[in-house]
Design a protein around this ligand. Structure first.
Ligand code: NAP
Length: 462
């Protein structure tokens, strides 16, 4: 492994910065420091942790422009979207600063009068986090904030494509007064660092956001030391448009869900399942809106869709478009791309496909790109069956104005997050996470601090 990691701007191919990479030995030392710091951090008062987190939140908001520019440079998403990510990510810190004060225990009536039962909660221990490149800032705060609030120490390994936001966040945390050994960043090879984390008995919890195959490796490798695990994994979100849907609303929300971050979000609509009676109108409106999106460097004004992160991601997206077209899909808009292998820059034009069927790869694999495939249905149970026909269960969307039908659909969908007439359900106040192979555990909401807490039961004899 080279000593330095150079981070490139995916929109221009320019090097942004070179930073040192850590070896397995360095990571072991970081774990030692984390373990030592846990002894004191876990004994601080909830109020103290809350005020440090609050200060961190304020510094992030104060520096939002600088942090957003860094996100756009290393990830490629449009600047306005990056500002949104910074504020969304900071919101988790503010939220969990408050939740730190609400780590309640309980007393339980004992089986005899000669005993008392007291249940308390305490931090699980040092936590190791591994995060992806698609939200270089918010995926970190969503984990670090509840961990620190609970009294855990935290080591983060960000994605190699976007490590700079992690450092920027850590610098602001130290400025806020959070001790350096309480929040550490390590950079290097994912598999190597992952193995150090999973094999260490001192790391008591792994929290991971990324692909399902890597999540499975981390779970298997953590078995020997029986760690707590939180897994935010891949998705393959269905979006159902029923015959009585408000089509303008459905189109606007589909645009927001599908094309944000160039379609590189785990909750973005991946399969549009549209009632045959409204399919033509929906497809026309969606294609017209998608064709208006401006593709380019996210730092330029008016750009709505930035580059895709790298060649691997680009090849997968273009492969899915070509596979669909070869099998009979019709390109309503887009279908083109701009590939510069020399610079390492890849742009995909927002694409809408019709005549899609289940023989096509796009109906089974997460796309992680700005491609919207439309399939039709005539009976709602057929749409629900298609929606659930995947090992994933992260987010699902549906559009209907009929509340009886809406309740029915929502109860049938095997997904952790449901957007009913809403293409953007993520919120710091709500539990985010998936069913089936999309993960274990929830982030955000009152549920978000639970995975960082142990339950201790004390039986007092009188
Ligand atoms: P990925 O390949 O799984 O990488 C994610 C992280 O895991 C990176 O930091 C990566 O490090 C590291 N990693 C890679 N191989 C590893 C190994 N063998 N052991 C330990 N760590 C390893 O995923 P990605 O392609 O970056 O991200 C896209 C995926 O994330 C999609 O499937 C998406 O749905 C999912 N995602 C899920 C959520 C959610 O909340 N459910 C949110 C965002 C994204 P390197 O970068 O150094 O390789």
């Amino acid at each position: 492994m080279p000593e330095q990691l150079t981070v490139y701007n995916p929109a221009t191919g320019e090097a942004i910065e070179s930073i040192p990479q850590q070896t397995a030995e360095d990571v072991e030392k970081a774990i030692e420091r984390s373990h030592k710091a846990f002894q004191s951090w876990s004994k601080t008062s909830a109020g103290e942790r809350a005020s440090l987190l609050k200060k961190w939140y304020e510094l992030i908001v104060e520096n939002k422009e600088e942090l957003a520019e860094l996100i756009t440079k290393e990830n490629g998403k449009p600047y306005e979207e990056a500002v949104g990510e910074v504020l969304y990510g900071a919101g988790y810190i503010e939220w969990f600063a408050e939740e730190a004060k609400r780590i309640y225990g309980r007393t339980v009536p004992a089986p005899t009068t000669g005993k008392r039962i007291v249940v308390t909660r305490q931090a699980v221990g040092p936590v190791a986090a591994i995060t992806p490149w698609n939200f270089p800032n918010a995926m970190i705060t969503r984990k670090a904030a509840p961990a620190l609030a609970a009294g855990c120490t935290f080591i983060i390994k960000p994605a190699e494509d976007t490590p700079l936001s992690a450092y920027a966040l850590a610098r602001l945390a130290f400025e806020a007064g959070i001790p350096e050994d309480v929040l550490q960043v390590v950079i290097g090879d994912g598999a190597e660092i992952g193995n150090v984390f999973t094999s260490s008995p001192k790391i008591r919890k792994i929290t991971f956001t990324g692909s399902t195959p890597v999540g499975k490796i981390l779970m298997k490798n953590s078995a020997d030391t029986v760690k707590h695990m939180s897994m935010e994994l891949g998705g393959h979100a269905p979006l159902i448009v029923d015959e009585d849907a408000d089509l303008d609303l459905a189109v606007a929300q589909t645009m927001a869900s599908k094309f944000r971050n160039a379609g590189q979000t785990c909750v973005c609509a991946n399969r549009l399942i549209v009632h045959e009676s409204v399919k033509d109108e929906f497809a026309k409106k969606l294609s017209e809106e998608a064709a208006k999106l401006k593709v380019g460097n996210g730092l330029e004004k008016g750009v709505n869709v930035g580059p895709v992160i790298n060649k691997k991601g680009f090849d997968k997206i273009v492969g899915q478009i070509n596979d669909a077209v070869e099998k009979g899909a019709k390109v309503l808009t887009g279908g083109t791309y701009d590939q510069n292998d020399e610079k390492g820059c890849y742009f995909v034009t927002p694409t809408v496909l019709s005549n899609v069927d289940t023989s096509m790869n796009i109906m089974h694999e997460e796309t992680f790109g700005p491609v919207a495939p439309i399939v039709t249905f005539s009976d709602i149970d057929e749409a629900i069956k298609l929606a659930n026909d995947t090992p994933f269960g992260l987010a699902a969307y549906f559009f209907t104005e009929n509340y009886r039908r809406g309740i029915y659909i929502s109860e049938q969908l095997e997904y952790g997050i449901i957007g009913w007439n809403d293409g953007g359900p993520s919120a710091v106040q709500a539990p985010f996470g998936g069913m089936k192979e999309s993960g274990i555990g929830r982030e955000g909401g009152t549920e978000g601090i639970e995975p960082y807490l142990e339950t201790k039961y004390m039986s007092i004899g009188l």
